[in-house]
Design a protein around this ligand. Structure first.
Ligand SMILES: CC(C)(COP(=O)(O)OP(=O)(O)OC[C@H]1O[C@@H](n2cnc3c(N)ncnc32)[C@H](O)[C@@H]1OP(=O)(O)O)[C@@H](O)C(=O)NCCC(=O)NCCS
Length: 142
């Protein structure tokens, strides 16, 4: 919840996480440090047949830029593949260049512009990609 407050500026009822992940617990990934403290997470759901959707994704500020987000996304896509899902989707603020770069490295592309999607009125992009047969690694950075 601290990571959600710090990274996503949201406060949700604690029961929400269990409710959202009940149908597919393996879609809720938590990265931990060497003493088992959570440092980042990705909450993915499978509410639409064949589709995995990233609902929340954040890494604590002090743990960023060390590959934790990349590891979470790689693992999430692998779990989508193992579940037989064909497509992965997510939404992101148009201003969130860091996250958009990460998603582009994982071959997500913009499929829709969501006008006024966020509560402060900012537009969002919907991004999506197909889930292939093999385990796919992120593209190298230029
Ligand atoms: C988006 C987010 C989850 C990425 O998490 P992260 O753990 O920092 O991700 P990574 O470390 O895998 O990659 C981030 C950057 O660090 C770089 N990096 C990764 N490992 C590195 C290392 N060992 N040394 C130097 N840089 C490194 C990556 O190349 C990437 O660079 P770029 O921003 O120039 O493209 C994180 O920035 C975050 O929580 N942001 C706030 C919440 C948010 O925006 N969530 C997404 C909502 S849609």
């Amino acid at each position: 919840m601290e990571i959600v407050a710090e990274g996503l500026h949201e406060h949700y009822d604690p029961t929400l996480y269990g409710t959202l992940s009940a149908a597919w617990p393996e879609g809720f990934l938590v990265a931990a440090d060497e003493v088992d403290r959570p440092i980042g997470f990705l909450l993915g759901v499978n509410q639409t047949p064949g589709e995995g959707r990233v609902l929340m994704f954040a890494v604590g500020r002090t743990a960023r830029r060390r590959g934790v987000g990349t590891m979470l996304m790689e693992t999430f896509l692998e779990r989508c593949r193992r579940r037989g899902l064909r497509r992965a989707t997510l939404e992101v603020r148009v201003s969130n260049a860091t996250a958009i770069r990460l998603y582009a490295r994982f071959r997500f592309s913009v499929v829709d512009l969501l006008r006024g999607y966020y509560s402060d009125g900012e537009n969002g992009y919907q991004m999506a990609r197909d889930i292939g047969e093999g385990v796919e690694r992120p593209l190298r950075q230029r």
